[in-house]
Ligand binder design. Structure first.
Ligand code: ATP
Ligand code: MG
Length: 283
């Protein structure tokens, strides 16, 4: 039975639990429990702080885990990065006070940088040949310059709103991160097989995210035009209708392009357009 480490609570917890549920794995997770037995797939869930997940997986306490790539890199954990999961996106960036006279990375020479990611930062500074003082703090890194604890910060940024609120400007993005599935190196065959099955489910869920299934009735004369608008996964599916002047066209469209394409399709005569949620794409 696979044991999977996930964040007990925090930013990754909800989407992790949702991904597991979409993959058919549900568990009733009590607020204080450390381990939950899942239904639907032979896995136990180990609920941890995200900081502890890379090490738990490296040591084999958990066989696999879901955690931010930033934590995996910071802990330099000996784990296999199995799959990028497409949520929890953020970056680790250097930021300086708005009024700083910043031109390039040379600014950081001799400066104090507050961070919760000292290992990633010191690797970066070494690579760039910059001597700076790293102040490791665990919370509220962004207030460090204002209270005089540091000259600048190295921290997680997603929208950038927190930086602006604290009078800081992002000057260099060092690492791009997202939630990743990691595994203990050299899992025994039976566990590797279970992991492969799980990955297959995760991939099909991730691929279907942001995609819509669209079907419509279309005058046959507009078919060539419609095919140009609707590349689909291979090509759109065309089904005959009882009225031989019309066809039914089905296609998968990225959500970001949905309305633009629908407008084009309407313009060439498409009618009765249905947009459906796509749950899985199994390849
Ligand atoms: P824990 O109690 O598990 O140690 P935490 O407080 O260290 O939790 P969270 O704030 O819950 O961590 O963030 C978990 C992960 O979410 C981060 O390590 C990062 O990978 C990702 N993340 C995505 N966007 C953001 C963001 N704007 N701020 C912080 N983390 C983010
Ligand atoms: Mg943490």
């Amino acid at each position: 039975m696979l044991r999977i480490a996930i964040q007990a609570k925090g930013r990754l917890n909800e989407k992790t639990v949702a991904l597991l549920a979409d993959a058919g794995i549900s568990a009733s997770i009590g607020s204080r429990s450390l381990i939950a037995h899942a239904k639907g797939f032979p896995v136990d869930l180990l609920l941890l702080r995200d900081d502890d997940i890379p090490q738990a997986v490296a040591m084999g306490t958990a066989d696999i885990g879901i955690v931010g790539l930033n934590e995996v890199m910071e802990k330099d954990a000996d784990v296999v990065r199995v799959l990028d999961l497409g949520f929890g996106g953020c970056r680790l960036s250097l930021a300086v006070p708005r009024e700083a006279d910043y031109k390039d990375l040379g600014w950081f020479e001799g400066k104090r940088i507050a961070t919760s990611y000292p290992a990633i930062l010191s690797r970066f500074l070494k690579e760039k040949n910059i001597n700076a003082k790293i102040h490791t703090i665990t919370g509220s890194v962004e207030i460090a310059p204002a209270v005089g604890m540091a000259d600048s910060i190295f921290d997680i940024v997603s929208s950038g709103g927190t930086l602006i609120q604290n009078g800081l400007v992002e000057v260099a993005s060092v690492v791009e991160s997202q939630a990743v599935l990691i595994a203990t190196p050299g899992l025994p065959t039976d566990k590797q097989e279970e992991l492969d099955k799980l990955c297959f489910r995760f991939r099909s869920i991730i691929e279907s995210r942001g995609m819509k299934y669209v079907l419509m009735n279309l005058p046959k004369v507009s078919l060539d035009e419609a095919i140009k608008v609707l590349p689909g996964m291979k090509s759109p599916t065309i089904l005959p209708l009882a009225d031989s002047d019309w066809v039914s066209v089905h296609a998968v469209i990225p959500e970001s392009q949905l309305w633009e394409r629908i407008e084009k399709l309407k313009a060439i005569g498409a009618e009765d357009i249905l947009v459906l949620v796509l749950e899985n794409i199994v390849k």
